[in-house]
Design a protein around this ligand. Structure first.
Ligand SMILES: Cc1cc2nc3c(=O)[nH]c(=O)nc-3n(C[C@H](O)[C@H](O)[C@H](O)COP(=O)(O)O)c2cc1C
Length: 351
């Protein structure tokens, strides 16, 4: 109520990225106040129905999607707010400024956001330093995913180098790693989903993980592939088959869509990736397709348009075993993850 009646009107009166930066600051400061986070944790954490997926224990099914905390500034606050896991990033090997502002837009009539951020981030090495300082492995109660991208100026045929550099930097701190080849706002990134690039990329990542394991005498963290909702089913089948062939541990379905036909009420739609309620149906179709294709054997993290209990349940019914939210966190506020986690405790848990 406090968020809906007071904080949201203030935040929504600000330019969207300013509001995002202000929210980030508040969440970051909260994370540094140990009594505040432990109090929030006691009130909001939900771990009555943990699930095991790709060898990790998740205290609940509701995760924070990539992009909300690109630089790993507030994972301890997200943990205290009741998320069952947090994915930080996307990070690239070098820091980069992203696209020109304005690059984030609200479509309130559709409960949606449109963004063309373009992987603005402080770089993977800065992220790892932050994680080591404020949310290190062994001192967290929820899994941490780290989402990797390629730099804007890296040509597609050298993308593998960026993902491998990212992998090496984060592998000891990440509980899982996401290979993001589906953001619509880095020029040509989505072409990595075409077979010409996909095959060598996924094979290269597989080889790199095996070599890393051997060199460090450690098991590689699970690797997930984050895919776009805008591929046709033929391409989707190829992407998922290649991911399975190359030992990927799961799929995140999906990233944002560039198909503005899902927007029903807003008069104009800026260029960029659409997230939030309008993405729900498309994302569920993709999840259902992958689930069927893999005989429900490949873990799927469902992302896209979870806005209420019903849409979360529909994602699980479509075949997802974990869920991620971004846009509904902005629209519904900081208590939303814990409310959702308490209401959606029963998953199709894949062990
Ligand atoms: C402003 C914004 C920035 C995002 N940045 C990233 C990103 O850096 N990497 C990524 O994999 N996904 C990114 N996403 C996509 C989200 O992680 C999520 O997959 C998508 O928004 C669908 O979920 P939602 O409908 O709950 O928002 C971003 C989304 C938004 C709205």
């Amino acid at each position: 109520m406090l968020y809906h009646n007071l904080l949201k009107p203030i935040l929504f009166s600000l330019e969207p990225e300013w509001a995002h930066d202000l929210g980030t600051k508040v969440l970051q400061i909260t994370g540094n106040l140990k009594p505040a986070t432990s109090c929030l944790r006691k009130l909001l954490q939900s771990d009555r129905h943990p699930v095991e997926v790709f060898g990790l224990t998740f205290p609940n099914l509701i995760g924070q999607a990539a992009g909300l905390d690109k630089n790993g500034l507030f994972p301890a606050t997200s943990e205290a707010l009741g998320f069952g896991f947090v994915e930080v990033g996307t990070v690239t090997p070098l820091p980069q400024p992203g696209n020109e502002r304005p690059r984030l837009f609200r479509l309130p009539q559709d409960n949606a956001l449109v963004n063309r951020m373009g992987f603005n981030n402080s770089g993977v090495h800065a992220l790892v330093e932050k994680i080591l300082r404020s949310f290190p492995k062994g001192k967290r109660s929820i899994p941490l995913g780290i989402n990797l991208g390629k730099g804007k100026s890296t040509p597609l045929d050298l993308a593998l180098n960026d993902y491998c550099e990212g992998f090496d930097a984060v592998a000891k701190q990440a509980d899982y790693i996401t290979i993001n080849i589906s953001s619509p706002n880095t020029p040509n990134l989505r072409q990595l989903q075409n077979n010409e690039f996909l095959e060598p990329l996924l094979q290269g990542i597989k080889d790199h993980r095996e070599k890393w394991s051997k060199d460090h005498s450690l098991k590689s963290p699970p690797c997930l592939l984050k895919i776009s909702p805008d591929e046709n089913f033929k391409n989707l089948e190829q992407i998922v088959s290649k991911a399975v062939e190359n030992n990927f541990d799961g799929i995140i379905a999906c990233n944002t869509t560039i198909d503005s036909s899902c927007i029903k009420f807003s008069k104009s739609v800026p260029t960029g990736g659409i997230s939030g309620r309008p993405l729900s149906i498309k994302s569920n179709e993709v999840i259902r397709f992958i689930s069927k294709l893999t005989n429900e054997k490949l873990p799927i993290i469902g992302s896209g348009g979870i806005f209420d209990y019903e849409s979360a349940q529909r994602k699980l019914d479509s075949g997802a075993c974990l869920l991620q939210i971004y846009t509904s966190f902005i629209y519904r506020g900081p208590l939303w993850p814990s409310r959702l986690a308490r209401r959606i405790p029963l998953a199709n848990s894949l062990i």
